[in-house]
Ligand binder design. Structure first.
Ligand SMILES: C[S@@+](CC[C@H](N)C(=O)[O-])C[C@H]1O[C@@H](n2cnc3c(N)ncnc32)[C@H](O)[C@@H]1O
Length: 250
């Protein structure tokens, strides 16, 4: 492990993911989760995407690559953009055997690729981490810029209502309902208990999650020239009480 500091504090989500990637050995810690249940959940997302052997795909904010790893073997080329250099280094190492993948440093509102390069653009569980709604609008414009006119954009796990405004306990109650006790316990084990036992650092960060009501997101997509299909995000056990998934096409 690179650092033995016992307590790490991040100022925002972006910094938290950078610290996870640089201070923890276990890649699953970068996205806080239970690997087996996650693979099932990400599998459902991959099934919804129109992937072919010729597709060029961009995954914005790939995290520990759980979704990326399911997409890459099914397509011609798969690229990941993330603002964390540590995350990129880790992903390059983890996926070094795949020759159709590329990871570059960048941010959703500023993607270092040319216009209309991708058949499918995926941004899953990322937009709620931004500082403002304007950042979400800027990111959506950028996703539209890099997707081909015939392509699709998948926006996953976007909260349509506030998740943390009433504090952590109601949020934890919802997670218990959505995940079921087993998956929630495994998740708590992964993010708190296991690092404690391994004497890895504790990461804390005082920040909330943004949300965009469905009607507002529909208006934004229409302004960008896209139709949307929307459904409730499927959590480990039940549909999410706070998050939608969207598939945008021109
Ligand atoms: C919860 S993880 C999601 C991981 C992955 N998309 C998935 O669904 O498995 C959030 C990811 O968003 C990335 N992220 C944070 N801010 C970002 C930004 N401005 N642009 C792109 N990615 C960002 C983080 O580094 C992290 O990799």
């Amino acid at each position: 492990m690179a650092n033995r500091k016992r307590r790490l504090t991040a100022r925002n989500h972006q910094e938290a993911y950078d610290l996870w990637a640089s201070h923890f050995d276990d890649p699953a810690l970068m996205t806080n989760r239970d690997e087996k249940a996650t693979a099932k959940k990400k599998g459902r997302i991959a099934e919804r995407l129109p992937l072919t052997r010729e597709s060029r795909v961009l995954d914005v904010g790939p995290g520990d690559g759980a979704l990326f790893r399911l997409i890459a073997p099914r397509v011609g080329e798969c690229c990941g953009v993330d603002p964390s250099q540590a995350a990129i280094d880790k992903l390059r190492g983890l996926l070094r055997d795949m020759d159709n993948v590329e990871f570059v440093l960048g941010s959703a509102p500023s993607i270092p690729y040319k216009d209309e390069m991708f058949d499918v653009v995926v941004i899953n569980s990322v937009l709620h981490m931004f500082d403002s709604r304007q950042d979400i609008v800027d990111a959506m414009r950028e996703l539209v810029r890099v997707v081909k006119p015939s392509g699709v954009i998948y926006v996953g796990e976007l909260p349509f209502r506030s998740e943390l405004s009433k504090g952590v306990l109601p949020h934890l109650g919802r997670k218990l309902y959505e995940y079921g006790p087993g998956a929630l316990m495994r998740l708590l084990w992964t993010i708190y208990i296991k690092p404690l036992l391994r004497r890895e650092p504790m990461l804390t960060y005082p920040t909330g999650n943004l949300h965009v009501p469905k009607e507002e997101f529909e208006v934004l997509c229409a302004q960008l020239g896209f139709r949307i299909r929307v459904w409730r995000h499927e959590e480990f056990r039940r549909p999410s009480l706070t998050r939608n998934d969207y598939l945008l096409s021109g």
